[in-house]
Ligand binder design. Sequence first.
Ligand SMILES: NC(=O)c1ccc[n+]([C@@H]2O[C@H](COP(=O)([O-])OP(=O)(O)OC[C@H]3O[C@@H](n4cnc5c(N)ncnc54)[C@H](OP(=O)(O)O)[C@@H]3O)[C@@H](O)[C@H]2O)c1
Length: 249
Amino acid sequence: MPTVLITGCSSGFGLETARHFLAKGWNVIATMRQPKPDILPASDRLTILPLDVTNHESIAKALAQAGDIDVLVNNAGFGAAVPIELTEPETARQLFETNTLGTLAMLQAVLPQFRARRSGTIINVTSTVTLKPLPLVSVYRASKAAVNALTESLAVEMQPFGVRVHIVLPGRSPETSFGNNAMPHLRGLDNPDYKSMIEGMIANFREEGGPVTHASDVAEAVWQAATDPAAPFRIAAGEDAVQWMAEAG
Ligand SMILES: NC(=O)c1ccc[n+]([C@@H]2O[C@H](COP(=O)([O-])OP(=O)(O)OC[C@H]3O[C@@H](n4cnc5c(N)ncnc54)[C@H](OP(=O)(O)O)[C@@H]3O)[C@@H](O)[C@H]2O)c1
């Protein structure tokens, strides 16, 4: 059976994707900053490894333990809801270090084995927020739009070597830890000009009604990218994501 390595498996999309591939009989290397051995079903096809995508030593160590892999899923990431003028430099730096440079570091660690074997699949999880000029998520959008851009070029670079490359774009998913993990970066609620904009955005994000993205939608989209050689380069994951992609053209 093939082997998939997934980043950010401690919760949300990464955890559900790891469950999905395990259930389908694949070998799964579920990586997490702080390994939680009990959150996935016990299996001799499951390996849980510590991996922080912002730490090159951690990446090298995890990949040395992982052995050969067939599919890399760059899912680890976080968001921040904050007006541009109030964005802390540290928040901006962390967004790019995790979402963009973390993805780049994982690619650089894995591509040599894929190119040497003339096979392999890269799946980068970005976001449908890259498709619309939404307020308050500007630096997050930029960090994910940068991943879209580098993935587009990567697909062309890898084409001669038989390595498939895909972007999965999830929509809004209130059921994961994404919203809570963004909260420490929130700024501007004490600013009368931004307060209501930020409150409205948080309320909209948490709204469970209407079309949303479920973790299972993302797992299915990643599965399609991994297993269907005819899968599109960009795959929207979630009912809202499919709508947005259609509107964006
Ligand atoms: N939920 C949404 O609405 C939404 C929509 C579109 C796209 N996305 C994207 O989908 C991906 C997964 O998000 P999610 O919704 O599943 O959120 P989540 O539940 O917060 O999961 C994010 C995962 O990324 C991990 N992570 C964060 N920084 C990391 C680092 N430096 N190294 C390794 N792992 C790290 C987190 O680990 P810790 O537990 O250690 O923090 C966690 O496992 C992210 O890239 C996110 O930007 C989310």
